[in-house]
Design a binder for this molecule. Sequence first.
Ligand code: BTN
Length: 240
Amino acid sequence: MKPNFKFFYFDILSSTNDKAREFAREGKSNVIVVAGKQKKGRGRFGREWVSSSGGSYMTIVLKDKDLDKIRYLTFIAAVAVARTIKKISDIDAKVKWPNDVLIGHKKTCGILTETISGNENYALVGIGLNVNQKEFPNPIMRNSTSLKIESNKKYNIKKISKLIIEEFNNLYLYYNDGNYGKIKEAWKKYSHTLGKTVKAKTMSGDYIGNAVDLDDNCNLVLKLSNGNIKKIVEGDIFIV
Ligand code: BTN
């Protein structure tokens, strides 16, 4: 069954993920926290997520059984964003492993999925989409874009957030049923990463190889030039 989400709108928040954490600690789930701006938007590895007005910033709060498949939630969110972008602008956005949505080679959306574990477990799926921004501060300008920059149109952010959630829900049904193969299949259709030669920068070093597949834990499978297989669990991917 599709969750019946309740939206909570704020003009400004420190981070929608932090507010979402408060909701979860109060035992609330199936909640969506939306902010017009964030003072301390964050991304993976504690990086800053520039969150001026004009972007869509939201976090989905979900109760989760054991949190061991939550990386699929990031994939669901990425595909939901790519589908929404296509619907509203006809732009073909792509998903980049593990948590980005790109237009061309530039990033237009990042997803930060965090967890709370205890008697009840929660997943917090934070989605930041660049919508109406005309520019970004350096140095991210070079690698970032927005729907406005790409199409020269202005979009209704509230409507976009709702469409993303609709698309999220469609794939979340598979997640609830444990049908993770369907989610991988959907992600692969939009993939910017698979089939390319990439450099993976990880904590244990850099690896260059052909991105051949995803494994069942959403790790990126690289085939190295010596023929060995290397699974990338975390890190940043660059096309070489
Ligand atoms: C990344 O690219 O590393 C992930 C960026 C995620 C940004 C979103 S914006 C909404 C939510 N709140 C945050 O503070 N971060 C996520």
